[in-house]
Design a protein around this ligand. Structure first.
Ligand code: ADP
Ligand code: GN1
Ligand code: MG
Length: 404
């Protein structure tokens, strides 16, 4: 527990300005924040970020030297066992911190998230309504971006996720809990979609015939990574599992500073992190783009991310893991589309939505991205092998198509 703020006096909270929608909520937030040990009085609490699952608030305080805090309500309909989730984050952040301490020039305080302790020395607080809350120290002068602009940003992102996996390589995988069991299990995702199609609670099935056909057409190919893993061909490692680009904090010079959003860190295949990151980087349009004509591929960003990722990870990846990377680039828009479509059929109960039929729009955008990726697959696969071979200094690109 040496990595968090040392217990100081609990903040003597004053209600200065709190920008929230309902007065009732405002008071609750202040009260909730008062359960955590922060450096000074709270000056303001503002909604923050654009995540689909949790609720995030920035807490500014009256101490000008203190960069503030992020208070997050963890969605306990999605994450069923919050103590286990917090335990994972505590374990992982401690491990990252101790590894970074050994690296000359690294700054663990800036490069790793720090959980803030509650007054009763826990790392989460459960309120009387059954909500779960946690707090992180705010990392100042950082930014997270939804749409990557430059090759340098993409390269930095690749390095950040590759390094994240590399630093966790020697943490005992058995210590981690599955915060969402079978999270990236495409077989299970397809089963759930089928169930939703059969029950069709909102009579929406009739609007998704084309999407269902699109999905069915690709089932076998999309199960290849899962099957390779089941046959023992892929090692389980500690992976992030939510590698959207906005889960990296960049510093003012666009250098990757810290990997964030650690709720889904658990055992997984490295390809899952690679594929989900490419999904968010290679698309020239937002994830939920309504105009499908705007969705195209930014290949240089993909290449830059891949170079950065392999620079950090090629040293420990197996040949099969490298073989699984190109396929993951197809798998993630597919799986994400399946998940959005399932939520649409279920009545939008999982992802936050902001416009009518948002989940259907999101699913369609993901499937359009997949069409574009399929057209360029040979190029994508070729580049990954080329970049991997540069680091491995040998040509291991043999029988690649047969193996997956
Ligand atoms: P969500 O699950 O909603 O995506 P995140 O943990 O990713 O929540 O946080 C939401 C946003 O808050 C991030 O995209 C990032 O901009 C910002 N953020 C998260 N953690 C920190 C931090 N410790 N310091 C500064 N900004 C942060
Ligand atoms: C969710 O919370 P957020 O926005 O980082 C989801 C991811 C999806 C992503 C799609 C726990 O992530 O799996 O890839 O939306 N997280 C969870 O944008 O389901
Ligand atoms: Mg996030």
């Amino acid at each position: 527990m040496d990595h968090v703020l040392s217990p100081k006096r609990p903040g003597n909270f004053t209600y200065t300005t709190i920008t929230m929608i309902q007065a009732k909520k405002k008071l609750n937030l202040l009260k909730i924040a008062s359960n955590f040990i922060v450096g000074a009085d709270v000056a303001s609490i503002e909604p923050y970020g654009s995540g689909h699952i949790n609720d995030t608030y920035y807490i500014n305080n009256t101490n000008k030297e203190d960069p503030g805090y992020l208070l997050q309500r963890i969605n306990h309909r999605v994450f069923k066992d919050i103590p286990s989730l917090i335990n994972n984050i505590h374990l992982v952040t401690n491990h990252l911190r101790s590894k970074l301490k050994e690296i000359p020039g690294a700054d663990p305080d800036k490069e790793v998230l720090s959980l803030v302790m509650t007054n009763d020395h826990s790392y989460y607080f459960s309120d009387e309504r059954g909500n779960y809350w946690r707090m992180y120290k705010y990392l100042k002068n950082t930014k997270s971006i939804d749409i990557v602009q430059t090759n340098e940003q993409a390269f930095e992102g690749g390095k950040a996720f590759g390094k994240f996996q590399m630093l966790l390589f020697d943490l005992d995988i058995n210590l981690l809990n599955y915060t969402i069991p079978a999270f990236h299990h495409i077989g299970l995702r397809l089963t759930r979609l089928n169930t939703s199609l059969q029950t069709d609670p909102l009579d929406r099935k009739k609007t998704v015939a084309a999407e269902v056909e699109f999905i069915q057409h690709r089932v076998e190919h999309m199960c290849a990574i899962l099957n390779l893993g089941r046959e023992g061909g892929l090692p389980l490692r500690i992976t992030h599992n939510d590698t959207k680009f906005n889960n990296i904090l960049l510093d003012e010079n666009d250098q990757a500073q810290c990997v964030i959003d650690l709720d889904t860190v658990m055992p997984g295949y490295v390809a899952y992190d690679f594929g989900d990151a490419i999904r968010s980087i290679i698309n020239t349009a937002p994830e939920d783009e309504a105009d499908l004509n705007k969705i195209s591929l930014n290949i240089p960003l993909f290449e830059a991310f891949t170079r950065g990722y392999l620079q950090e990870s090629a040293g420990f990846l197996t040949e099969n893991e490298i073989r699984s990377l190109p396929l993951s680039v197809l798998l993630f828009p597919y799986m994400q589309g399946v998940r959005f479509l399932t939520d649409y059929l279920n009545g939008d109960v999982y992802y936050k939505t902001h416009v009518p039929d948002h989940n259907l729009q999101r699913a369609r955008a993901q499937f359009q991205l997949l069409r574009k990726l399929e057209e360029q697959y040979a190029k994508i696969e070729g580049f990954i092998w080329q970049a991997a071979n540069t680091h491995l200094n040998k040509d291991i690109n043999t029988n690649r198509s047969e193996a997956v």
